[in-house]
Ligand binder design. Structure first.
Ligand code: TYD
Ligand code: MG
Length: 466
C-alpha cells in the first residue's frame, strides 16, 4: 500500500521541496514553505499498471470555432475574445475591493436575464450581502441561482447532476476548500486542488467557469502560479482605488488575443462600460498650462489619449526628487538625462514630478515623446499646443524612434478633435507614406533638440527665455 509522502511547497511561487527550509531557493521568500501530504502512486509505471493507448489524429479535421455566450457586457466580451467559451475556465484576478464581484455579478445576472442558466457561488459573502448588492445594481429580478458555499465536495456533487448550465462563478477561489487536503483555504495546495476539481467539472459538464481570485500586494495571484497554467484565460481587473475607472486586461487567453482591454467606470449603479476611454481621461484637461502634453497611447489594440503632467519645483536642499505616478521612474530618469545631455535642457537640481492624469498606468515607451514634451514645456514655462498630441520612443542619443500602430493613434487623435500630431519621422512603406486623417497636421520630430527648440522658440517669442 502506498504510504503518504510529505513534501514542502512554497506558498509564494509553488516550488516543491523534499525537506523544509527557511527560505525558498526559487523565489527567495522567507518562511513560505508549508508541508503538504500526498499519496504516493502505487508502484512504478510498468506493464502491471499499464495505461490505455493514447489515440492520435491528424491536424486536419472538422473543428468548429468554439460557440460563445455573450455576457451582454460588451467590454467584458471583447476581453474574453468574443464571449464566454463553454467548457472553459477563466480566472479573474485583481486587488480586493477593485470590483471583481460586482463585475461578475453583473455579467452573471445579464446572462441569466437572457434566459441562460447561471450559478453564482460565493464563499466570501453571505446570501444577504449578495442580494443587497444585486438590489443596488438593479439586478434583483434576474433568475440567477445563488449559493453561499466553500466546500468543493458539496459543490461538485451539485454540479455533477446539472445540465444546460451556461456559467458558474466561484467567488473567490481562495475561499474554496477540499476536505481531502489538510492545509487551510487559500494555500497553494487548496487553491490547486479545488481549482483542478472545478475545472474538471467545467470541462465534463460543458459550462463556462469563472474563478475570482485576489492578488497579493506584490501583484501576484495569491496561491500558485500553477493556477494560471490550469485555466484557459486569465483576466486582470485593475485600476486606482482613488479613481473611478477600471481596466480589465487579458494576460492569457487560449481563445483570443491577449492585448485587449475593457474599460469600466465604477458608479453608484455598479460598473458602467466606457466605450470612449479617451473622453474619460481627457475630461478634466485644461488648455494653456505649461507642463501638460497629451499622449496618443495604445492599450492593447485600443487607442487611448491621456494627459501627461510634469511639474518642476525648486529643490530645497538635498538630492533632487523624482516622483512618478503612472509611469516608469527609471524611464523618467533616462529621459531627463537624455534631455539634459543631448538636447541641452537644463533641469539642474529641481524636483521633478510626473503624473499620468486620471490614474491610468502607461507602460509604453511610445509615451517618451509626450513626457519629454511635458518636461520641456514645464522647464520653459511654455504650454504645449492644446490641439496637439505626442507619441514616439526616445533613444539614448536623443533620436525619436518609430512606434507601433501610428495610424490608429492618429485616427483617435483626429476623432477627439486634435489638429496636430507630433510624431517620429515617418518611413515610407512600399514607396509612399500613408496619408493622415484629413484636418490633422503632422509634425515630424527626428531628434529631441527639435522638440526643445520649438519650446525655446515659443518662450523666446513670449519674451520669457528659459
Ligand atoms: P467588489 O466587487 O466587492 O470588489 P472585489 O470583489 O474585487 O473585492 O467591489 C467593492 C467596491 O466597489 C466597494 O468599495 C464599493 C464599490 N461599489 C460601488 O462603488 N458601486 C457599486 O454599485 C458597487 C456594487 C460597489
Ligand atoms: Mg469580492
Amino acid at each position: 500500500m502506498a504510504k503518504p509522502v510529505a513534501r514542502y511547497v512554497c506558498q509564494n511561487c509553488g516550488a516543491v521541496y523534499p525537506k523544509w527550509a527557511g527560505r525558498c531557493d526559487a523565489c527567495g521568500e522567507w518562511n513560505t514553505l508549508v508541508e503538504e501530504t500526498v499519496e504516493a502512486r502505487p508502484g512504478p509505471v510498468g506493464r502491471a499498471n499499464a495505461g490505455r493507448r493514447v489515440t492520435f489524429v491528424g491536424l486536419q479535421g472538422s473543428t468548429a470555432p468554439p460557440p460563445r455566450a455573450n455576457t451582454g457586457i460588451a467590454e467584458l466580451d471583447r476581453v474574453l475574445g468574443g464571449g464566454l467559451v463553454p467548457a472553459s475556465a477563466v480566472l479573474v484576478g485583481g486587488d480586493p475591493g477593485i470590483g471583481k464581484s460586482t463585475l461578475m455579478l453583473q455579467a452573471a445576472a445579464t446572462l441569466a436575464r437572457a434566459g441562460r442558466r447561471v450559478m453564482y457561488i460565493s464563499g466570501e459573502e453571505s446570501i444577504d450581502q449578495v442580494r443587497l448588492r444585486a438590489q443596488r445594481l438593479g439586478l434583483a429580478d434576474a433568475s440567477l441561482e445563488l449559493a453561499s458555499a466553500i466546500n468543493v465536495r458539496d459543490i461538485a456533487a451539485t454540479l455533477e447532476g446539472e445540465r444546460d448550465l451556461a456559467l458558474v462563478v466561484i467567488d473567490s477561489i481562495q475561499t474554496m476548500w477540499l476536505d481531502a487536503i489538510e492545509s487551510a483555504p487559500g494555500t497553494v495546495a487548496q487553491v490547486r486542488a479545488t481549482s483542478f476539481e472545478l475545472i474538471r467539472l467545467a470541462k465534463s459538464r460543458g459550462f463556462s467557469l469563472v474563478l475570482v481570485g485576489h492578488v497579493t500586494k506584490e501583484g501576484a495571484l495569491a496561491g500558485p502560479r500553477v493556477l494560471e497554467h490550469m485555466v484557459d484565460a486569465v483576466l486582470y481587473f485593475e485600476g486606482d482605488r482613488g479613481h473611478q475607472f477600471r481596466i480589465l486586461r487579458a494576460v492569457k487567453n487560449r481563445f483570443g488575443a491577449t492585448d485587449e482591454i475593457g474599460v469600466f467606470e465604477m458608479t453608484e449603479q455598479g460598473l458602467a462600460e466606457v466605450p470612449n476611454p479617451s473622453a474619460l481621461f481627457l475630461a478634466e484637461r485644461r488648455g494653456n498650462i505649461a507642463g501638460s502634453a497629451v499622449f496618443a497611447g495604445l492599450e492593447g489594440t485600443r487607442p487611448v489619449l491621456v494627459e501627461v503632467q510634469a511639474l518642476l519645483a525648486p529643490n530645497s536642499g538635498g538630492s533632487p526628487r523624482r516622483s512618478v505616478v503612472g509611469w516608469d521612474s527609471g524611464r523618467l530618469s533616462m529621459l531627463l538625462a537624455v534631455l539634459e545631455t543631448r538636447a541641452g535642457l537644463r533641469m539642474g537640481s529641481t524636483d521633478v514630478y510626473l503624473n499620468i492624469a486620471g490614474g491610468l498606468r502607461v507602460n509604453e515607451p511610445a509615451a517618451d515623446l509626450a513626457v519629454a514634451a511635458a518636461l520641456a514645456s514645464a522647464a520653459t514655462d511654455t504650454p504645449t499646443s492644446a490641439a496637439a498630441v505626442y507619441f514616439g520612443e526616445v533613444g539614448l542619443s536623443g533620436e525619436v524612434r518609430q512606434v507601433a500602430q501610428a495610424e490608429s493613434r492618429l485616427k483617435e487623435a483626429h476623432k477627439m478633435g486634435f489638429e496636430v500630431a507630433c510624431l517620429p519621422r515617418r518611413v515610407a512603406r512600399g514607396g509612399r507614406k500613408s496619408s493622415p486623417p484629413e484636418g490633422l497636421r503632422l509634425d515630424e520630430i527626428g531628434h529631441l533638440t527639435d522638440l526643445v527648440a520649438a519650446f525655446g522658440a515659443k518662450s523666446a517669442a513670449k519674451g520669457s527665455p528659459s
